[in-house]
Write a protein that binds this ligand. Structure first.
Ligand SMILES: Cc1ncc(COP(=O)(O)O)c(C=O)c1O
Length: 271
């Protein structure tokens, strides 16, 4: 063997050794990001820019990654990329997913909640951080009693407002939000009133009028409850309109398809 070939083999061996060492010490180059992780980074970037345009810091806006219909493995990838806040619409999905995922996830429930599912929701997801969709006193009372029975810390809730006035939508009418917010604050000691949420239009888009309605609702609620605006969040904005929502004051955007891709409906589900 010539001395040149010998030298090359030695170099190759050294290269392999270094790769093995790096791998063993966890310093190997990270695997390629999944599409969901790439999408998450792009969303966070857009949130940052919209926050700056509205004169706020990006950490003043929470991104709820809506994982409805998405598998645990995909949620895990987004979790591993550092994201901690996820949203689900169906009790059955949270019940199945929450125990399979780390308990430092902050779950937001963003679907229509039926009173007979409250106990199951609270017991299956101790790390449920917020229910964004309280739309009448009955469900507020059920949640309040459920939290007391289970002995967990107070649960943050938002009042869902039907800001577009469409008959088939859930949520209190804008004029009813003060009364429900007052009920939660004064009569539900195990709930923490945290703000107002809207979906906007039936097709999951929103108009500036919907967002303006929410800003006015917040003014009225803060006045009636004697609280500062910072203590009354606005959950508005989804994939199609989150930047505009942020520019109009949203503190909590719920983003599904732009992070996870189109939703998949293998079987019809019920809440
Ligand atoms: C209440 C609510 N918010 C947000 C989303 C996410 O919507 P998008 O996929 O447009 O981001 C959904 C999706 O079903 C939803 O039901």
């Amino acid at each position: 063997m010539s001395s040149e070939t010998n030298q090359k083999e030695k170099e190759k061996e050294k290269e392999i050794e270094t790769e093995v060492e790096e791998h063993n010490s966890g310093m190997a180059a990270p695997a390629m990001d999944s599409a969901a992780v790439t999408n998450l980074h792009s969303v966070l970037n857009r949130v940052q820019q919209a926050a700056e345009r509205s004169g706020r810091k990006p950490d003043q806006i929470r991104v709820v990654a809506v994982s409805k219909t998405k598998p645990v493995s995909l949620i895990r990838q987004v979790y591993d990329a550092g994201h901690r806040c996820f949203g689900e619409n169906y009790v059955q999905e949270i019940v199945e997913k929450a125990p399979q995922l780390p308990d430092d996830i902050e779950w937001h429930f963003i679907g229509h909640l039926q009173s007979n599912k409250v106990k199951l929701l609270l017991s299956s997801a101790p790390n449920l951080a917020m229910v964004e969709t309280v739309d009448d006193e009955k469900i507020a009372n059920y949640l309040d009693r459920g939290v007391a029975n289970i002995g967990r810390k107070p649960l943050k809730v938002m009042v869902q407002v039907n800001s577009s006035g469409e008959a088939s939508k859930f949520g209190v009418e804008p004029l009813g939000c003060v009364e429900l917010a007052k009920h939660i604050k004064l009569e539900c000691p195990n709930l923490e009133f945290s703000g107002l949420m809207t979906i906007g239009m039936l097709d999951y888009s929103s108009t500036p009028e919907n967002f303006n309605t929410m800003t006015n609702c917040r003014l009225e609620v803060c006045k009636a409850l004697g609280i500062a605006e910072e203590n009354c969040e606005l959950s508005m904005g989804m994939s199609g309109d989150f930047e505009q929502a942020i520019e109009m004051g949203s503190t909590n955007v719920r983003i599904g398809s732009t992070i996870f891709g189109p939703r998949e409906y293998p079987n019809k589900q019920t809440n």
